[in-house]
Design a protein around this ligand. Structure first.
Ligand code: SF4
Length: 343
């Protein structure tokens, strides 16, 4: 599998490694891929990640990497701002913290004190936790949650390991949410996997202008669509997440145009499903985002606060989401359109 070192080296110029995991073969493999990086042993990842007086905005310009072991809690029940897609046992996994992309609206900016990336390298403990859950009931797990996992796949092989695990556990379905355009790697790691039907690739798509304005360092809309075309051809079920929908004065034309474009290339009715959700974010995260980035148009918008969650006012939400659903119904049956809340 090829790895574009040049893509990573400018980002991960320093790699902090917990002493307890330093000798692990997967840690040594990752270190060996960044020949120019300075490797610094540390006692605990929080000594670096949770340091006081960090500026996560500046850090985003030169992200460093932390390799650590997570003692427990890899798997969490789905949060209330997330969609469960009718799955009774909906979870998300946290095996990587932070993302190499830089979406202005990303809740991670208000969630973590740092923009550095932490990769938890004790996968075996994660899969033990999943096994405990599956011993009780089936599960649907969103695995690319506090991150976008696909850009890390060349160095972690983590998605491939999840897919092998899915293959062996018929009561498990996973979702990989992404803005990546790396269809090549998803094609590569699908080889030999028998149950791709339980590995859902969910592409987040935003109108071109909004993506360019607020989704920095992400692949363009067309690159994501082309990636989805490749991945669909391979046989993965495809979900398109029109989520988060962002308001601007011309949002109707933007989102109607987006639906048309996605349908032209991907034929919406042939996809597994789509999801719709306007921007919403837990109160404390937005509070921190406003403080950390006073010039952010997204963070400073005058949202409505309800039950600990900031969102657009209810009239606007209904207008935006109903417009989107009504438009999507022209292309895909309504029972395959999911919303993050009932209207
Ligand atoms: S791709 Fe997802 S996880 Fe990454 S910055 Fe954007 S919203 Fe956040």
């Amino acid at each position: 599998m090829s790895l574009n070192h040049n893509y990573y080296n400018p980002i991960f110029s320093h790699i902090y490694v917990e002493e307890s995991v330093y000798e692990k073969p997967n840690v040594q493999e990752i270190i060996s891929m960044f020949g120019n990086a300075t490797v610094i042993p540390i006692r605990h990842y929080k000594d670096v990640f949770n340091k006081s007086s960090q500026n996560s905005l500046i850090q985003k310009e030169a992200i460093n990497l932390i390799l650590a072991a997570k003692p427990d809690n890899f798997i969490y029940p789905g949060a209330k701002v997330c969609q469960s897609f009718d799955n009774p046992h909906f979870y998300y996994a946290s095996s990587v913290m932070n993302c190499i992309f830089d979406c202005e609206y990303c809740y991670l900016k208000g969630f973590y004190p740092s923009s550095n990336v932490v990769i938890f390298v004790n996968e075996e403990d994660l899969f033990n936790e999943v096994s405990d859950i599956l011993a009780k009931h089936s599960a649907y797990i969103s695995i690319s949650y506090d991150t976008d996992l696909i850009p890390f796949e060349p160095i972690t092989h983590h998605i491939r390991h999840w897919m092998e695990y899915v293959d062996k556990n018929e009561n498990l379905t996973i979702e990989i949410r992404t803005k990546s355009a790396n269809g090549k790697i998803l094609k590569e790691i699908s080889k030999g996997i028998e149950h791709l039907e339980r590995v859902i690739i969910a592409f987040s798509m935003s109108p071109k202008g909004l993506a360019e304005a607020y989704e920095q360092r992400t692949p363009s809309l067309m690159a994501r669509i082309e990636c989805a075309m490749v991945v669909k051809e391979v046989g993965y079920p495809i979900r398109i997440a029109f989520d988060p929908m962002l308001y601007d004065a011309n949002y109707k034309e933007h989102y109607q145009g987006l639906i048309k474009t996605v349908d032209r290339y991907l034929d919406l009715k042939s996809l597994k499903d789509v999801s719709v959700g306007s921007f919403r974010i837990p109160k404390d995260y937005l509070k921190r985002m406003r403080k950390r980035n006073p010039s952010s148009v997204i963070a400073q918008f005058p949202y409505t606060l309800e039950d600990g969650v900031y969102h657009y006012d209810n009239e606007l939400i209904n207008e935006m989401e109903n417009m989107m659903v009504n438009e999507l119904k022209k292309y895909i049956p309504e029972d395959r359109i999911y919303m993050w809340r009932e209207t």
